[in-house]
Design a protein around this ligand. Structure first.
Ligand code: UT7
Length: 331
């Protein structure tokens, strides 16, 4: 009942969060907002913010080390490194190359995968497909972001939402019958400008003048992205379940992208999933973009919420606009 010929799953996870915490009360001092508004409209209470000098690749390396140890592997076992990020240290070299050098993973190939909040799911699907084809054996998948450096800290509609962090996992073959069963992914580029960093590429080179206009920061049409998210999160899970003739009743656990508690609640409601089957760590971290599901998965696994044999769904959505989901029988 799997879309892939081989049984391929996640054999270890890790995470890294900066220890510098910024609460809603702290943000009250920066923009015209309130702890009450942020909690009610988003569910977020605080977020971790990377201090100067700590970069996306550094956090990715720490999460990767934890995942490699958790899987019982050594860096030499890693064949390929995929880093999902929209906040790379720099455009070139890829963050995966920086991570490879810092880890000393000399046998690994690697690249960055850039599709914002859907990046971790897209990277997992890529890793599974590589392993299924026989190209690689152990793929290190990392979601890592320093969103705080692309936020306009004068824009209350965006700066309250995001946080920094990294999550990682090792994708490998697992015993027959376990592992990834199905996936769904898609994009709607026509709606893409609802979530953009305008001056971040060759169409609009980031200059000091453009930075002064706020064009080098994240711009979001919040209500449009909200409507898209609410429509998409449940639908992509159902699409993935349909492909392997499962239904929502078969799901034991759901790990949604952590963007807004109201979006998660609404998706869970549409899927008719009870709260105890839905993982939420958003209050502590805010939206960590490509890292969000990776961190959530690590926490759900290490707190014993997911058991061997459980049918688990993961779903992400975000800039692009993009979405993706995976269904797995947990090993
Ligand atoms: O990973 C994917 C990325 N993004 C998302 O998933 C975000 C999706 N969107 C959202 O989560 C929500 O749209 C937001 C949380 C961003 C905004 O919540 P909303 O309920 O959609 O608020 P709104 O944008 O419709 O704004 C309502 C009011 C406005 O005031 P007026 O025009 O009614 O007077 C805003 O100016 O709330 C105001 N507002 C704020 N007030 C206090 C917007 N941000 C804030 C704020 N504090 N931080």
């Amino acid at each position: 009942m799997s879309m892939w010929n081989k049984s391929i799953g996640i054999i270890g996870t890790g995470k890294f969060l900066p220890d510098n915490i910024v609460t809603n009360k702290d943000i009250e001092k920066m923009v015209d907002t309130s702890d009450e508004w942020i909690r009610e409209r988003t569910g977020i209470e605080e977020r971790c913010i990377a201090p100067e000098g700590l970069n996306t690749s550094d956090m990715a390396v720490e999460a990767a080390k934890a995942a490699i140890a958790d899987a019982g592997l050594s860096v030499d076992d890693i064949d390929c490194i995929i880093v999902a990020t929209m906040t790379p240290d720099m455009n070139i070299p890829s963050t995966a190359c920086l991570v490879q050098a810092k880890l000393g993973a000399d046998k690994a190939a690697g690249f960055d995968l850039h599709i914002a909040c859907s990046g971790y799911i897209y990277s997992l699907i890529t890793a599974v497909s590589y392993i299924n084809s026989g190209l690689f054996k152990n793929v290190l998948v990392i979601g890592a972001e320093i969103m705080s450096r692309v936020l306009n800290w004068k824009d209350r509609s965006t700066c309250i939402l995001f946080g920094d962090g990294a999550g990682a996992c090792i994708v490998s073959e697992v015993p027959e019958g376990y592992g990834m069963l199905s996936m769904d992914m898609g994009i709607n580029g026509g709606a893409g400008m609802n979530l953009t960093i305008p001056a971040s590429g060759v169409a609009m080179i980031p200059t000091d003048a453009r930075a002064a206009e706020g064009l080098t920061y994240l711009h979001m049409n919040g209500p449009e992205v909200y409507k898209f998210a609410v429509r998409t999160m449940g639908k992509t899970v159902i699409n993935a379940l349909d492909k392997i003739h499962l239904t929502v009743e078969d799901l034991d656990f759901f790990i949604p992208h952590q963007a807004n508690k109201r979006i998660i609640d609404s998706a869970a409601h549409r899927l008719k999933l009870p709260a105890e089957k839905v993982f939420i760590n958003l209050p502590k971290y805010g939206n960590t973009t490509a890292a969000s599901i990776a961190i959530a998965l690590d926490e759900a696994l290490h707190s014993g919420l997911i058991k061997r044999g459980d049918i688990v769904a993961m779903a992400g959505f975000g800039a692009g606009l993009s979405w993706g989901s995976l269904i797995a029988k947990w090993y």
